[in-house]
Design a protein around this ligand. Structure first.
Ligand SMILES: [Zn+2]
Length: 285
C-alpha cells in the first residue's frame, strides 16, 4: 500500500526552547509507521526522525505529524484492547501511586487526572477518598466506554479549554500522557496554573534513560514516532518542571502485577537507580 504523507510541523525543544538538534534515530519499522486515517489503517510517513536537543539532550520526534480530524495513531480497537489488557497491572500501579501521594500530602482534596483514558485512576482515587475528576480528549474512547455517565464522569475536553478554577487542585496527574502531546511545556504550564500552592504534579512517562532504551537503540519499544512524540529521562523531565517553578520531590516506578518485578522496582526506587522503562516524578508547586 502506498504510504500517505500527512502534514507536519517543526517545533523547538520543549524543555529549553532551542532549535539546535541532531538526528539520533531514523525509525524505519513499517509497523511503527502505520496510522488510522479516516477509519483506514495505512502506512504514514514524515514522522520517522528522532532527534536530540544539542543544548539539553531532550529526545523528540521532529518534525511532528499533524493528524487530520477523525484520524489517530492507533485504531480505537487497539486502544480499547490496551486498556483492557493492562487493567490489572495498572490497578496495582495506581494503588502504589495513591499511597505515595497520600504520604507526601497528608490531607486528601481535589485530584484532576488529565488524559484519564478508561478512568481507572480517577475511580481508584475517588474510592480512596479524593474528590476526583478526569478529562480526556479522546471522544471516541470515552463514548465507547460510556465514561461520560460513569461515576465519577470523564469529561471530553482539552485541558486548555476546561472551565476549571486556577489554584483549585491538590493533585494533578499526567500518567503516560506527556509523551503523546505536541507541546508538553504548555501542558505543564496549564497544570501549574490549576494547582494550589503546595499541590503536587504527578507525571509518568516512558524512560529514555532506561536500560532497555540504552540497549535496544532505535528498536526500543517506546520509539513509536506517530504516538510518542517526546522522550524524557529523569534530568530532562526535572528540568521541564523546574522551568515552571515546580520543585521535584521524588522519582517513582509504577509496579505491575508481577511480584518479582514489584520487588525489583521497590529495590531500585529505594536505591534511586531508575533504569526501568517507566519514569515517574512528583513535583510540588
Ligand atoms: Zn533542549
Amino acid at each position: 500500500m502506498a504510504s500517505l504523507t500527512l502534514p507536519h510541523v517543526a517545533r523547538p525543544c520543549c524543555v529549553c526552547g532551542s532549535s539546535a538538534r541532531d538526528v539520533l534515530h531514523e525509525i524505519r519499522d513499517p509497523e511503527r509507521l502505520t496510522g488510522s486515517v479516516n477509519g483506514q489503517v495505512q502506512p504514514v510517513t514524515t514522522a520517522e526522525q528522532i532527534v536530540r536537543c544539542r543544548t539539553c539532550g531532550l529526545q523528540y520526534v521532529h518534525p511532528v505529524i499533524v493528524w487530520p480530524i477523525g484520524s489517530r495513531a492507533h485504531t480505537l480497537d487497539y486502544d480499547l484492547d490496551y486498556f483492557d489488557q493492562t487493567r490489572s497491572s495498572r490497578q496495582v500501579g495506581n494503588t502504589h501511586l495513591l499511597r505515595l501521594v497520600q504520604r507526601l500530602l497528608k490531607k486528601r482534596g481535589s485530584w484532576l487526572d488529565v488524559g484519564a483514558g478508561d478512568g481507572l485512576l480517577v475511580s481508584q482515587a475517588q474510592a480512596s477518598g479524593w474528590e476526583a475528576l478526569g478529562i480526556d480528549i479522546d471522544a471516541e474512547l470515552v463514548a465507547a466506554l460510556g465514561l461520560e455517565r460513569a461515576s465519577p464522569p470523564i469529561q471530553v475536553i482539552h485541558l486548555q479549554d476546561a472551565d476549571l478554577d486556577p489554584g483549585s487542585f491538590a493533585v494533578i496527574s499526567l500518567v503516560n500522557v506527556l509523551e503523546h502531546v505536541e507541546a508538553p511545556d504548555e501542558m505543564v504550564a496549564a497544570c501549574t496554573r490549576l494547582l494550589r500552592a503546595g499541590g503536587l504534579l504527578v507525571i509518568h512517562v516512558p524512560n529514555v534513560g532506561s536500560l532497555g532504551a540504552m540497549l535496544r537503540g532505535a528498536s526500543w519499544r517506546h520509539y513509536e514516532p506517530l504516538s510518542h512524540l517526546t522522550f524524557f529521562d529523569r534530568h530532562t523531565l526535572a528540568r521541564l518542571l523546574e522551568r515552571f517553578g515546580l520543585e521535584p520531590l521524588t522519582l517513582f516506578s509504577l509496579p505491575g502485577s508481577s511480584r518479582l518485578k514489584r520487588s525489583i522496582l521497590a529495590l531500585s526506587d529505594r536505591l534511586r537507580i531508575h533504569l526501568h522503562d517507566g519514569l515517574g516524578l512528583i513535583a510540588r508547586k
